[in-house]
Ligand binder design. Structure first.
Ligand SMILES: Cc1ncc(C[n+]2csc(CCOP(=O)(O)OP(=O)(O)O)c2C)c(N)n1
Ligand SMILES: [Mg+2]
Length: 715
């Protein structure tokens, strides 16, 4: 056997108290290693029992993965390094410091579960103190969070002017753990791209048990070994290990962690493990694995293997092993006894922590008065200035996305004007604030949002751009399953209040299907994210500042057609101007019909209102919602109870557009105020075609709104 020292991921050896060592481990350390593996296995057994007794509601085990996980945990420094685990990482999390009691509180869905307060399935670990970041159940999403977190650590080292910088270290590492099946996910590759490109101190641990539920490795991975496929990534140290061999696992994890700590780049460990308990309690592997295969796996089980190793090397006797097992069982039983009587969450807390409870973007704190100095300017200029002012105010603010930098090759900045975004919204920000804070991203939207989440978890304030709303969809899983849910699922343990700016909408002439889309209602269906949709320059500046200063994720929708109009220009309202969310603006008072609208239809509604007044004598109120989530229900109530007739006009398609939600609620709660049915004006249920002739008929026009107003007033 090769000898090496226990290093705890540093080059400092751990001193043996006994003097005799195996692979640098003292006897005590070896027994602790074994005990943690056994503790993990027996906790799985206990949870299976609890599930069978209906005291718990789900079980997925880490059985077969224990050796590599304890090794990984020992190579890391809890609360110093950052860990993005997945659902099998019980032994890893035990090694890092989550206790059996805390795990069982999670299993029985107690309110005292420190991982999630009874919100997340068992084995979804979370501990801000230990830097174990709450994971979702979605495969592969954690990879990009790990990248963002590692980038945040690097950022703080280079720009230490923030309070959060104190929690970063020049030799910290980030561990990302995942299964073999998860390496098929695109986000895994997107994360490797950035990890290698930026030489980030990340350790990937692929726990390869040969199956993704029932699908064997050869169906997921060409050649069957993911480590062969990633070998050509520049700077990536690739290590292969039998993850059921405790000592070999420790050597490999240590090597990987030391490499990343030394800032040599990212490391990648592919550990072959077993999965003796089927995928989960909802799966029976006998349906797709042969008896021979199962027997061969059983022979590699890391627990009996390590026990045999320890007895063969006379570290421990069979009797002593039995003593350890009895001690483990006693500890688990005590923890179980406490967990099953632990209090359950109160029903009244069901919706707690969907949003921040410390900063309320609808509050009067965000009511300010605009400064009235200077010339009116465009919406694009207002957004650019607001971004720049906020970057000057908050050193944690970073801007990235596709083409947002002035020039990635910063040495050319003296020669070139700079790009600053395809709509020039971010022009000059890199020049002013430097490439550390304003930089380009690969053409990969999940990469942008996933990394931003990882950065925000560590206290940065990313304001990212999705180049066109039409291309937000690759980031949808990051938005729906991660961004909007992190705070809730971790019971307020972690949050990621990023701002996603997305140019949206049509009326461009030539925008066609993939540069004209709307779709705010899809995101309004995702609790946990705020949605702002300004229609004019002053609101754009004020709402963007509120988005940045609030503590929730915000989708900030910038209508491309409104960027450079003259009718929505405004004087820049100053560096502290904020507009509270959930406050509609009455753009035109009126008594006969209300038009509820937002975005590009505000101006069209105003034109329709003018025509209705001059041609028909109808007095139309135009209400600009300004934010979709939350929306101003009180403002809507006031308007509807004044006019008793309401048109909802939006650019998005009719079916399941946000107007459907408003119409349903008005019908439900304001029925007594209505003198006519609620009318919606919206796009056809059809993509936006390229031909102007087609676009005009597809998107709602002023004449459509006018017609709706006339119809309603005659009703
Ligand atoms: C994006 C996504 N698709 C599907 C699932 C359902 N699912 C849960 S685990 C799993 C297999 C994962 O296999 P692997 O990465 O090998 O991890 P293992 O469970 O074997 O440790 C699947 C398909 C999911 N959670 N997320
Ligand atoms: Mg697997």
């Amino acid at each position: 056997m090769k000898s090496s020292m226990v290093t705890n991921g540093t080059s400092t050896p751990i001193q043996s108290r006994l003097g005799t060592r195996i692979e640098g481990f003292s006897r005590e350390q070896l027994l602790k290693f074994y005990r943690t593996m056994l503790l993990a296995r027996r906790l799985d057994d206990k949870e299976i029992q609890l599930k069978n007794q209906s005291l718990s509601y789900f079980q997925i085990s880490g059985a077969g993965h224990e050796a590599i996980q304890v090794a990984a945990g020992l190579a890391l420094r809890p609360g110093y390094d950052w860990v993005f685990p997945y659902y099998r990482d019980r032994a890893l999390c035990l090694t890092l410091g989550i206790t059996p009691h805390e795990m069982l509180l999670n299993a029985v869905a107690s309110k005292d579960d420190p991982n999630s307060g009874g919100r997340q399935m068992p084995t979804h670990w979370s501990s801000p103190r230990l830097h174990i970041v709450s994971s979702s159940s979605a495969c592969t999403t954690q990879c990009l969070h790990g990248v963002g977190a590692a980038e945040a650590g690097e950022f703080y080292q280079r720009i230490p002017a923030t309070e959060q910088a104190a929690s970063s270290h020049d030799d910290e590492v980030t561990l990302v753990a995942l299964g073999d099946g998860q390496t098929s996910g695109g986000e895994f590759w997107e994360s490797l791209n950035t990890a290698c490109n930026r030489r980030l101190p990340i350790v990937y641990l692929v726990e390869d048990n040969g199956y993704a539920i029932s699908v064997p490795i050869e169906i997921q991975t060409p050649g069957g070994d993911i480590s062969d496929l990633v070998e050509s990534f520049p700077g990536l140290k690739v290590i292969r290990v039998d993850g059921t061999d405790a000592m070999a696992s420790f050597r490999s994890m240590t090597e990987a962690v030391v490499y990343a700590r030394a800032r040599s780049g990212p490391a990648f460990v592919r550990a072959r493990v077993t999965r003796p308990y089927s995928h989960s309690m909802s799966d029976d592997e006998r349906q797709y694995k042969s008896t021979t295969e199962r027997e061969a796996e059983a022979a590699r089980d890391p627990l009996p293997r390590f026990a045999a190793f320890l007895t063969t090397h006379r570290v421990v006797t069979e009797n002593e092993l039995a003593g350890i097992a009895a001690d483990v069982d006693r500890e688990i039983q005590e923890a179980t006894d406490l967990a099953i009587v632990a209090p359950k969450p109160k029903a009244s807390t069901a919706a707690l922590h969907v949003y921040s409870s410390t900063i309320d973007p609808t509050s009067i704190d965000f009511e300010t008065t605009p400064i009235q100095e200077g010339q009116p300017d465009t919406m694009v200029s207002a957004i650019n200035r607001a971004l720049s002012d906020e970057m000057g105010r908050d050193p944690r603010l970073v801007v990235f996305g596709e083409d947002v930098a002035d020039c990635s090759r910063a040495e050319l900045l003296s020669e070139v004007k700079g790009k600053g975004g395809v709509f020039k919204v971010t022009l000059g920000l890199q020049r002013t604030y430097g490439r550390e804070r304003v930089f380009n991203a690969p053409v990969a939207e999940a990469n942008i949002v996933g990394r931003a989440i990882g950065m925000a978890i560590r206290g940065l304030k990313p304001v990212v751009e999705i180049q066109f709303f039409d291309y937000i969809w690759p980031a949808m899983m990051q938005i729906r399953d991660e961004l909007t849910m992190l705070r809730y699922r971790s019971n307020n343990g972690f949050s990621c209040p990023i701002v996603i700016r997305a140019p949206i909408g049509g009326y461009l002439r030539g925008g066609a299907l993939y540069h004209s889309q709307s779709g705010e209602s899809i995101f309004a269906h995702c609790p946990g994210i705020r949605i702002a949709f300004p229609s004019c320059a002053i609101d754009a500046a004020g709402l963007l500042r509120t988005a940045i200063r609030c503590d929730d994720p915000v989708l900030f929708l910038e209508h491309k057609h409104l960027y450079r109009q003259t009718y929505n220009k405004g004087i820049y309202p100053g560096p502290d101007y904020t507009v509270p969310f959930g406050r509609a603006a009455v753009r035109r008072p009126g008594t006969d019909v209300t038009i509820l609208t937002w975005g590009a239809l505000v101006q069209r509604s105003l034109l329709a209102a003018e025509q209705a007044a001059t041609q028909d004598g109808i007095d139309v109120m135009v209400v600009d919602l300004r934010t979709i989530s939350p929306y101003d229900w009180d403002g809507i109530k006031r308007a509807v109870s004044t006019t008793n007739r309401v048109v909802i006009a939006h650019e998005d398609q009719l079916t399941c557009g946000f107007g459907a939600e408003l119409a349903a609620r008005i019908a439900d709660e304001l029925f007594e105020h209505l003198d006519a049915p609620i009318k919606r004006v919206a796009a056809l249920d059809c993509p936006v075609a390229y031909s102007p002739v087609l676009e005009e008929v597809i998107l709602p026009q002023t004449s459509d709104i006018l017609q709706a107003v006339r119809d309603l007033s005659r009703y």
